[in-house]
Design a protein around this ligand. Structure first.
Ligand code: ADP
Length: 500
């Protein structure tokens, strides 16, 4: 099927990417075989033009069932779990190398599908190979412990894979978020079924082409492409041992309910409305740069977006003026446009919803500091906007908008900053800026958030555990935390026949 791309967009893509898109057809990968889904087609849309890139048949319930069964069979027969850990490590490193070799195409696909600027997509793809290499290194380091049980027994713990692991991923960072789940799952010998977002599935589909090339046996990694129904069928499946989800809080709740029936273990990384706190004694220039990156990156469609700026009242007006001035200099354009800083939102409904919230705030007295005008070319663009003059309880200050909208709120002192930051139903991340190290420690400890960045923001690395508290979910991905998520502890007891 030929991809129906806008001619300007077509010109910006390499011939390799275009050729791959033009022959995209059977996108489900089940038991090592590519097949056409049995459910109705879904349109994959370019958010920068609003046009359909390509239409693919979605995975129906039977496809999901086949995928989980293929993963189950692959787990049971030990084709992956019983491989020597050194071999699994080598294969994961090969997969990382293949990602690097194909990075030009992966970057273009990720930018086209999500709307993010090419430079940001390039960072995503580098992160994918880094996460694969990090967990490759863990494959042969799964030590257990010898336990001081009663003297008669020799007792030890060993770590084993969990089994069939599912992943339901969102559209904002499709491939890195998949890698956070896929890499540790494979390193420790699990098998896998991935369900990418229907709004951005291309890079996951492409990655699956590299899976068998890397030497991962058929059936170990399966992919079902589709929307909510496909995800629902996966989360309900009784043969799924573990499910990792990243997405909205509402969908996370639905998934936890579905998975509860079969007692499938679930980790949830959900929404956020993270506070970025700037004290008057900060390096204000560096803080301004960080605050802007923390909200304009990926057009604010980031679970850890620092979307609530809490700024000390003595510098509030001056600081916001600097931010507003710098915002006008940003280029809002199609992600494939060289020099674009901010791309479109992911969908028309999202653009309409956020515009309605902003209009409502303005009607009730908020001041909107708008950035550059946006092109009216059918894409889902929204001018980056800083909102001031609202109450802490206003929708723009409390709801996760997933848009380039920064709501600024003044605070008086440390306690006031912590109070406002913790008033959110979410608890994913927070930032603190101050030149007083003692103050940073005091505030960081009192913040209810999974990650706190001090005098920096949004630092991600394969070594750093990531996840939330409160409405932002439970469980931690990345770092050594994933050992507990993708392995089970088995206790082994041997009766030595000696002692009582
Ligand atoms: P967003 O990240 O856009 O806010 P969601 O949280 O709804 O969106 O979606 C994240 C992922 O969850 C996507 O892959 C989506 O298809 C999937 N999904 C949506 N609804 C359900 C559901 N009820 N059960 C399982 N998966 C779902």
């Amino acid at each position: 099927m030929t991809a129906t791309l806008d001619s300007t967009v077509r010109e910006r893509l390499s011939s390799t990417t275009l050729a791959w898109l033009d022959r995209l057809d059977a996108v489900q990968l089940i038991g090592g075989v590519r097949r056409v889904g049995t459910a109705a087609p879904i349109d994959l849309i370019d958010p920068g033009t609003g046009l359909v890139i390509v239409s693919v048949a979605a995975a129906g319930g039977a496809d999901v069932d086949d995928a989980v069964r293929a993963a189950h069979t692959a787990f049971q027969d030990g084709r992956w779990s019983e491989r020597d850990a050194d071999e699994r490590e080598a294969i994961l490193r090969r997969l990382a190398d293949l990602v690097d070799q194909h990075d030009a195409t992966l970057v273009e696909l990720e930018s086209l599908d999500t709307g993010k600027p090419l430079s940001q997509a390039a960072g995503d793809i580098r992160e994918v190979s880094a996460v694969l290499r990090y967990y490759a290194g863990w494959a042969n380091k799964l030590d257990g412990a010898v336990i001081a049980a009663p003297r008669r027994f020799f007792a030890a713990t060993i770590r084993e894979p969990v089994g069939v692991c599912g992943a339901i991923t969102p559209w904002n960072y499709p491939l890195p978020i998949l890698a956070y789940k896929l890499a540790p799952a494979l390193a420790f010998g699990n098998t896998f079924v991935a369900k990418p977002s229907e709004l951005a599935s291309l890079s996951t589909i492409f990655l699956c082409d590299l899976i068998s090339e890397a030497g991962i046996p058929d059936g170990v990694v399966n992919i079902v492409v589709g929307a909510a129904e496909t995800g629902e069928a996966l989360s309900r499946h009784p043969e799924l041992d573990k499910l990792a989800f990243t997405g909205s809080t509402r969908t996370g709740q639905a998934i936890a309910r579905s998975a509860a029936e079969a007692l499938t273990k679930v980790t949830l990384e959900l929404g956020g409305k993270s506070a970025h706190i700037v004290f008057a004694d900060s390096d204000l220039d560096a803080a301004a740069t960080s605050v802007l990156e923390g909200i304009w990156t990926n057009a604010g469609q980031v679970c850890v977006a620092g979307s609530r700026l809490l700024v000390q009242d003595s510098i509030h007006d001056e600081f916001v003026a600097v931010l507003a001035e710098r915002t006008t200099m940003l280029t809002v354009a199609h992600g494939l446009t060289p020099g674009a800083d901010i791309g479109p939102l992911i969908a028309r409904e999202q653009q309409q919803k956020v515009n309605a919230i902003l209009d409502d705030a303005a009607e009730r007295g908020a001041y909107l500091h708008r950035g550059a005008d946006v092109a009216d070319n059918g894409g889902f663009f929204l001018s980056p906007t800083i909102v001031t003059g609202v109450a802490e309880t206003d929708t723009v200050a409390t709801d996760e908008l997933f848009a380039p909208v920064l709501t600024a709120l003044p605070f008086t002192n440390e306690s006031d900053a912590v109070r406002i930051a913790n008033s959110s139903p979410y608890g994913l991340a927070a930032g603190v800026w101050s030149s007083d190290v003692g103050k940073i420690h005091r505030v960081a400890r009192r913040l209810r958030a999974g990650s706190v960045w001090a005098n920096t923001y949004g630092v991600f690395h394969p070594t750093l555990p990531f996840g939330g508290v409160k409405g932002s979910g439970y469980g931690r991905e990345l770092g050594a935390s994933a050992l507990g998520q993708y392995t089970e502890t088995k206790t082994l007891v041997l009766d030595t026949g000696v002692g009582s």
